[in-house]
Design a protein around this ligand. Structure first.
Ligand code: ZN
Length: 239
């Protein structure tokens, strides 16, 4: 099965936090989207691998992503080595995405996030080499975009996800073992506002990014390399 967009995360809730709105929006517009978790999140303080797998599958359903795969690389010990890069290349060759999303490859508080971005960055290029000793036809996605997790950086592009924010929130909430209030001692109903500092950071930032483009919520991305625009009066998105 081929996809238009394939989003990679280091852990089973990364894609939801950084690009859940983007996936929900593109899926609703008819693009086929998939998610690949590099690890099963086995080093998490809360939740077993089985629980996290079930939560990830539920979240993918909420985002309307028919594909969710886990590469079972080592959580908390992700490294930019051949095993990981080759695992990513195999899924790129299998699903042939036009667009790839991955965590920004530098400066994130969690070392796995940056490593995940760098692994995917390398794999996107190397997947196009015919002589690589791997199965599958050489294939290179058209474009790689980095999404932002626990890192402060100005995005180069902001996607308006205002109409899909409830879906993003529901997908994040599907990861109950990670975001239940008891994990953080919060009170009141489970919501992004009452939840962990990380979720507050994510939702505040999404609202801020939205405000920069005249929308209520936006998710920022950083393209790897430059983007070509043919018509400055067209879909550039000035408001
Ligand atoms: Zn993570």
């Amino acid at each position: 099965m081929e996809v238009d967009i394939l989003a990679f995360g280091a852990h089973p809730d990364d894609v939801e936090c950084g690009a859940g709105g983007i996936l929900a929006r593109h899926a609703a517009e008819g693009y086929r989207c998939g998610i690949v978790d590099l690890t099963a999140g086995e080093m998490s303080t809360n939740g077993t691998v089985e629980e996290r797998k079930a939560e990830a599958s539920k979240a993918a359903e909420i985002l309307n992503c028919p594909i969710r795969k886990c590469l079972n690389l080592p959580d908390a010990h992700l490294s930019v080595e051949q095993e990981g890069v080759y695992s990513v290349i195999k899924v790129l060759r299998e699903f042939k995405p036009r667009i790839v999303l991955a965590p920004f490859y530098r400066d994130d508080r969690h070392p796995d996030h940056g490593v995940a971005g760098e692994l995917v960055r390398r794999a996107v290029y190397l997947a196009g080499l015919k002589s690589l000793p791997l199965e599958g036809d050489a294939f290179r996605p058209q474009k790689l975009f980095f999404f932002l997790l626990y890192v402060n950086r100005d995005p180069d592009l902001i996607v308006d996800v205002s109409d899909y924010y409830q879906i993003k929130e529901a997908a994040i909430r599907a990861h109950q073992t990670q975001f239940q209030q008891h994990c953080y001692g919060g009170e009141g109903p489970l919501s992004l506002v009452n939840d962990s500092f990380f979720l507050r950071f994510i939702s505040s930032r999404d609202r801020y990014f939205g405000s920069l483009i005249g929308a209520s919520c936006g998710e920022g991305v950083v393209p790897y390399g430059k983007l070509a625009v043919a018509d400055l009066c067209g879909e550039v998105g000035f408001k």
